[in-house]
Ligand binder design. Sequence first.
Ligand code: GAL
Length: 956
Amino acid sequence: MSVPRRTAVDYVEDVSPGSGTLPPRAWYASSDAKALSLNGEWLFRLSPAAGAEDDSFAREGFDAGGWGRIAVPGHWVLQGHGSPVYTNHRYPFPVDPPRVPTENPTGDHLRVFDLPPDWPDLGDGGAVLRFEGVESCARVWLNGTELGTFKGSRLPHEFAVGRLLRTAGNVLAVRVHQWSSGSYLEDQDQWWLPGVFRDVTLSHRPVDGVRDFFVHAGYDHRAGTGTLRVDSAVPGRVTVPALGVDVPTGEPVTVPAKPWSAEVPRLYDGVLATRGERVPLRIGFRTVEISDGLLKVNGRPVLLKGVNRHEWHPQRGRALDPATMREDVLLMKRHNINAVRTSHYPPHPLFLDLCDEYGLWVIDECDLETHGFAEAGWRDNPVDDDRWTPALLDRAARMVERDKNHPSVVLWSLGNEAGTGRGLTAMAEWIHGRDPSRPVHYEGDPDCRDTDVYTRMYAPHAEVERIGRGLDGGPRKRRRLPFLLCEYAHAMGNGPGGLADYQRLFESYERLQGGFVWEWIDHGIAHPELGYAYGGDFGEELHDGNFVCDGLLFPDRRPSPGLAEYGKVIEPVGIAGDGGNGTVRVTDKYDTADLSALAFSWSYQVDGETVASGPLPVPPLAPGESADVRLPAPPPDAPPGEAHWLVRAALAADAPWAARGHVVAWGQFPASRRTAPRVPATARPRTGDGVLALGPGTFDARTGALVAIGEVAVGGLRLDVWRAPTDNDEGAAWQSDPRCGPRWRAIGLHRMRHRLDGVECGEDALTVRTRVAPAGRELGLSAVYRWTSDGNRLRLAVRVVPEGDWTVPLPRLGIRFGLRTADRVRWFGGGPGEAYPDTRTAAAVGRWQAAVDDLQTPYVRPQENGARIDVRWAELGGLRVEGDPLFLLTARRWTTERLDAAAHRTDLVPGDTVWVNLDHAHHGIGSRSCGPGPLPRYHLRPEPAEFSFVFSPLPS
Ligand code: GAL
């Protein structure tokens, strides 16, 4: 006997977007109509399958006594019910659209509420129940009556509920399924986190209240006027007091106005008043267009210095509170970021309000990704199957209608990594028709059939340059479009490298209008034993490990060195030294703003200490203009030493996003040469008692191994070429170009053996010859250590010559040794943060100090980190080291081997030795965890090299 499969849960697998919801409309934060937040504690029951429990819980009088509690907004898997799952693009269930697994965790949510005493009479108008976001599918009842169902996790859904409300004891029941047909459209690279994760609100809808409205506010840059027209489903009046505007809805009015831009986000407060309701408006006048092959706002091309932002909080997942959203915006503004792609779904609507207010260009992206279909050559891809088109159009409409009144939104994006197909074309056509004022973006269509900009992800520098020069060929339409990198510079772990090289290209070719670093924040989940958990830490069957931790912020929103680097690279003011003729070249790199908001200053530094400083008058440059500004004469009484000019541009007055004095740009350049340390080899080696003494150095006479410098015991000093591979060294498995980490390991660079070939004690030097090579290989490095001294200081010159057939770059080249104690490090060189050859723009030469523990960069998955670059000298553990040439310094309480073996920060247990690396060079960082590796000029080629260090004991 065959059993018909159709049941009460069919809606879960139905391709339709849902039933019973109201048409989408514009969002607004508040109005004079009453609203009741239904956020808070709800009753909760989790069952293992969509049909495991009947719907009696929605009925009145149901006894939920045995149920648990859950915070709404929230994800149940982050509140002790089940666990999260992370996959990049593979669906974590069998792919058989639109069917989903029988094991379909289902969360029943219940909330009983009374209307507040001041709620209008129930006969007066209606009421709307609104869900801002529920993953992935919901069925809703109020007071025992089913309202309907919906999908589209990061999109709003509303039901008319007026007729069902009562003053007290309303029972709201929401059944949420983790998997639904909608899951096939939501295959973004992130945690799968079911739940009612955005606000739930009940709003009174007065008779003749505002329904949908569309604020059209264009700016004519030639005339300096704004034209405003507010179309409203319910007619009314629009007033903007500051502009003297008082017009009926639907009627355009042109007034002199200031434009809105991300740099100067001028908003005008207004009101849309219908007979029944007054809704506050925040109007920003701006016109977006593609003309002359360029993306222009208010007549000028813009250079997007962007980030991809997923919503993330380490405890609450995608249930973000307003304070966290504001923190994101402030951090972006303080790091010179001017654009956000809301990867890969419309964000909480408040975030866009913040973008309007503080000034950020936004690409608003639809909640659509079907990337998992790539595994089977895009067969059955929903975006190329007409049955799914209504669901796609529903998603497009819910995004556009909700967000259309934000001046910050300058482009609509159809979604991410969904292949190509008729459904996307239908979405683009609908969007173009509904809102011709904004261009459409979508990366996945190489022909740009449906899009108004050409965008790519992770294109290497050389290709970006070709595109900039217009040499990229391709379909005719595409060749005429402006170019964006909607994703580049994969910020996973240490890195990304090569940002400055991309920015140089963006600033050199008009067609290149910037990009969006992938991504804003690591999606690590706070975990009691692991610190931050990533894919696999919850026993997922399929997962993609720490690929989910690839942001410029650590999960706790502490900026990573990558963010410091990015903020420096995209500074809105160029400040460049002239090579010694006493001037500095200042360039206004804003798109629209002059430099009047900034105050410039100079300082003159000797050996990293500021010895004189003062204000620097800079002419009021317009965007794109440069001026050579004369610096003062160097202070006559400056002490001798290595001198630098440091010129800063800081906020002249408090801005909404940072206080007066906040530095937005700086440039540093040498004012004199550095003199390398000189140590004449005047001391003679002395032997006795199995030890050899040379100046302050004590060596093992047999092996030539350094034992102590003065009173400071020094252990295990030897050549080191290994670094704990970074995520970018490891590279992504799908990369076709060679990945360093696996190749290094295959050769055995992590297990080099050191063979002693000879110890020669000469007249004025101790020479130790070694060969450093991995087992099983012919290749190796000859390393000769030559020690000399002037009696007080000990100089080590290391000469390295590669032998055999090296086909890989070296990870690092330098020496390492152990010190028994070292709590603090002082150094003169690049700082204050981590820097590697292609991530070094933010390192300023100065005197810095830090605790050894604070030199570590807390990458969620431990890896090489924390190097300080261009170090002239450093002091730690009772020793002073000077370098010739400059060196990179790391110091940590565990070995590189331990660092390499750790999977989480909590695996790193401090030992009783501080391991110090003094590196002549490091291989670059690059971005190969998803994009290209380091540019060839940052490769550490195995070539003959010589470098030296001068050690001296510090007075105790
Ligand atoms: C892109 C994708 C992002 C993310 C990134 C790698 O292909 O659009 O969602 O997966 O790669 O982290």
